[in-house]
Design a protein around this ligand. Structure first.
Ligand code: 3HC
Length: 719
């Protein structure tokens, strides 16, 4: 094997069994050296007379995490995966996959070419390729349906969700679970089979496919599932087509060939690049450029939450789901009871939908303890304050927390925009203060903005980022600047949506255009959901004149149209339903307000709607990047996909801009500048990168933006 190949396979012989151990830390993807090693050592085991069987396992915590994702779209070294897998499948000696951890994608596909599969009780198996814009391209679409049936295999491949060892055993993916030493158990299992004249191959199991042949139900159900959960994505249709081939083709290899053709189409599709950008982007976002990798983490074994409202309850659920005991505090007994009731109801819903067992519910509920007393928080490792947005109130709470909790406790605020440094200043431990901006509903939304104050210590930041990962969030660091990352970008997006309404578009046109682009919800449906009256009331209270862009929504509020909460806003809603119906009675209001403000209403194309709203995100994103508020452009993509319903298959707004070309973005903005010169002034960084025909990925590294960075931190006033 040459040195340039990545990863390796270790070979040893234990009595008469050859053991092939995939060794490519940290998670053993099937990189070039692994593929070469598998092919070479299967051959070696086959040619060694004394070897009677082969065990394939992984070093460390993973069995095999799939194909090496970093190779996609590039030329690669070594044998291809299917060559290596063919060597295993047609091995003269029986092969057992001893699954010691995660077997995902190509990892499970490798196990499926083995004759037998045994897992530890920690093993996890799945085909998550769909999350990367791909399909299982190493035989998974042909072999998994043969084991679990086409319907179940389609559910696994379309959701990408892996199964536990127990479920995998029930489904027939595993033949056995090892309760003791995996390798010892695997050797014993294989010794039992060695003398058999024939060893099972998944490719030969046709019963479950033949049962499905001739019935359209399975495929129709899968198509409905894909339409509901994977709108706009290319790979799901390809996966269904592969399973259709598995059901209908008599010859296994014909199905395999079709899979390989459909895989290639996914590989060439731009969605694949966008989704892989997000896979690596999420991992990059979890790292903080100027904080050493080996920064010690504080153990977070217990936590407190202040505020038992929607956010507090959702955050408590996140922590409990990760096994962390939580004390949830409210000053008002009634609120606390209501809050605990909502948590219980949310969990019950999960039980009713089969997403959680009653036992699991009892365990997590047992981890959440209500309290009315701050003194109970004395020993917790971290507190997340989640009361309503009022700086004075939060400062008071931070003062109290500072006095009641142990000195080492981290104090976090779930604020969506207040100054973290002001909160830190109300304590004697500014290094331990940080922002944790969860998104509503916190138990569902994956985004977590971790807001770095000027004094937040390395240890605090590293600990909170690691906690974010533990509770399953996509955590992104933002500097402590107004609006942080997401809401600051959102401001320009909704501004443009509102201006389009004044200029002649209708809410349904704007929403439909953006939803066809892939946004999960158009801006006016979103505004109706949030409530139009929030901004209107705040402006009234502060005696602020309504800005031009808000004139229509404020007028709707004047006419008692607040959004979904009172069944009328930009749309009308029937009692108890969230489905928007047109509100033709509003159209006169739109016209009236346009006229009053000397705006000539005109036909507006869907393309203009998409361009104006999305480019507003891009231009503000460029400023955020330039100021160092976000570390890298990919971080903003993670924010928008996980918190604001941006389609993952477009890779986020900044990736989308790169794909379109920054020069093209500038050209489009130049046309819009006739409408609003100030708004459409390109951010200097955007202009600079466009002039160099570069992409956002080529923006200067965060340390080279240090000057701008410190400028921003001390200038909390003005975006
Ligand atoms: N290829 C290349 N690198 C991978 C990888 C893969 N399949 N899986 C993980 N990595 C890298 C990560 O980028 C990360 O690198 P970094 O340290 O430089 O940031 C490192 O391995 C550790 O990964 P995580 O931080 O994600 O580690 P976790 O322990 O949290 O999670 C995991 C482990 C569950 C295995 C998770 O990494 C994962 O889900 N990996 C991807 C699994 C997958 O999608 N497999 C399918 C690949 S496509 C395929 O197989 C096609 C085939 O059908 C032909």
């Amino acid at each position: 094997m040459t040195n340039e190949l990545k990863g390796k396979v270790n070979y040893s012989v234990n009595s008469n069994i050859a053991i092939l151990e995939v060794d490519n830390p940290p998670v053993n993807p099937l990189s070039s050296g692994v593929r070469a090693g598998l092919a070479e050592f299967i051959e070696k085991a086959n040619s060694d007379e004394s070897v009677k069987g082969v065990i394939l396992t992984g070093a460390g915590r993973s069995f095999i995490a799939g194909a090496d994702i970093s190779e996609f779209g590039k030329s690669f070294d070594g044998p291809d995966l299917n060559t290596a897998l063919r060597a295993i499948e047609f091995s003269k000696k029986p092969v057992l996959a001893a699954i010691n951890g995660t077997a995902l994608g190509g990892g499970l596909e490798t196990a499926l070419v083995c004759n037998y599969r045994m897992g530890t009780n920690k093993a996890i198996v799945g085909l998550p390729e769909v999350n990367l814009g791909l399909l299982p391209g190493a035989g998974g679409t042909q072999r998994l349906p043969r084991l679990v049936g086409p319907s179940q295999s389609l559910k696994m491949m379309l959701s990408g969700t892996p199964l536990s060892a127990k479920k995998a055993l029930e489904q027939g993916i595993l033949d056995a679970i090892s309760e003791n030493s995996l390798i010892d158990d695997a050797i014993a299992f294989l010794q039992d089979k060695i003398d058999l004249s024939d060893h099972p191959k998944v490719r030969d199991k046709n019963e479950k496919l033949l049962e499905a042949r001739g019935s359209e139900n399975v495929l129709a159900e899968a198509k409905a599932l894909a339409a509901k959960t994977r709108r706009g994505q290319f790979a799901p249709g390809q996966i269904i087509a592969c399973v259709e081939a598995a059901i209908n083709e008599d010859d296994f290899d014909v199905g395999l060939k079709k899979e390989s053709d459909y895989f290639l189409e996914c590989l060439m599709n731009p969605q694949r690049e966008a989704m892989i950008h997000i896979f690596f982007g999420e991992r990059a976002a979890s790292k903080i450029a100027d904080i050493p990798k080996d920064t010690p983490l504080m153990p977070i074994n217990t936590a407190g939450i202040v505020g038992s409202g929607t956010m507090g309850g959702g955050i408590a659920m996140n922590l409990a789901n990760a096994g962390i005991p939580v004390l949830i505090l409210d000053q008002d007994e009634e609120n606390l009871e209501r809050g605990m009731g909502v948590i219980e109801k949310n969990y019950q819903m999960m039980v009713d939908r089969g997403r959680m067992s009653q036992d699991q519910k009892d365990i997590v509920m047992g981890l959440i303890t209500p309290t009315l007393s701050y003194d109970d928080l004395a020993d917790v490792d971290m507190v997340v304050e989640a009361v309503y947005e009022n700086l004075e109130l939060k400062e008071e709470i931070f003062k109290t927390l500072d006095s009641v909790t142990k000195d080492s406790a981290i104090l976090a605020s779930n604020t969506s925009g207040l100054d973290i440094d002001a909160l830190a200043a109300s304590t004697n431990r500014p290094g331990k203060v940080v922002g944790t901006h969860f998104f509503s509903p916190a138990n569902v939304m994956r985004l977590l903005e971790v807001v770095r104050g000027k004094d937040s210590s390395d240890e605090t930041m590293a600990t909170v980022m690691s906690l974010g990962k533990k509770i399953g969030k996509a955590a992104v660091v933002s500097l402590n600047a107004p609006g942080f990352i997401g809401n600051r970008m959102l401001a320009g997006y909704t501004y443009q949506a509102n201006m389009l309404l004044l200029e002649g578009a209708l809410p349904s046109q704007v929403d439909n255009a953006l939803e066809s682009f892939g946004m999960s919800m158009g801006p006016f449906r979103m505004l109706d959901l949030v409530g139009l009256d929030l901004g209107w009331r705040a402006r009234k209270l502060a005696n602020i004149e309504t800005p031009l862009a808000n004139k229509i929504s404020d007028e709707l509020c004047e006419r008692d149209r607040f959004g979904q909460k009172n069944s009328k806003g930009f749309y009308n809603y029937s009692e108890g339903s969230r489905a928007p119906n047109p509100a033709p009675e509003n159209e006169e209001i739109y016209k009236e307000i346009s006229t009053k403000n000397n705006i000539q209403r005109r036909e507006i194309s869907d393309q203009e709607i998409v361009d104006r709203c999305i480019l507003a995100l891009v231009n503000e994103g460029a400023r955020i990047l330039e100021e160092g508020v976000a570390q890298r452009s990919g971080d903003m993509d993670i924010v928008y996909i996980n918190g604001y319903g941006f389609p993952i298959w477009r890779g986020g707004p900044m990736f989308y801009a790169n794909q379109l070309g920054l020069e093209e973005i500038i050209k489009k903005m130049d046309i819009f500048s006739d409408l609003d010169k100030e708004f459409w002034k390109p951010a200097p960084l955007l202009q600079k990168l466009a002039d160099q025909s570069a992409t956002f990925g080529e923006a200067p590294a965060v340390e080279d933006r240090a000057e701008l960075l410190s400028f921003k931190v001390t200038n909390m006033g003005g975006v």
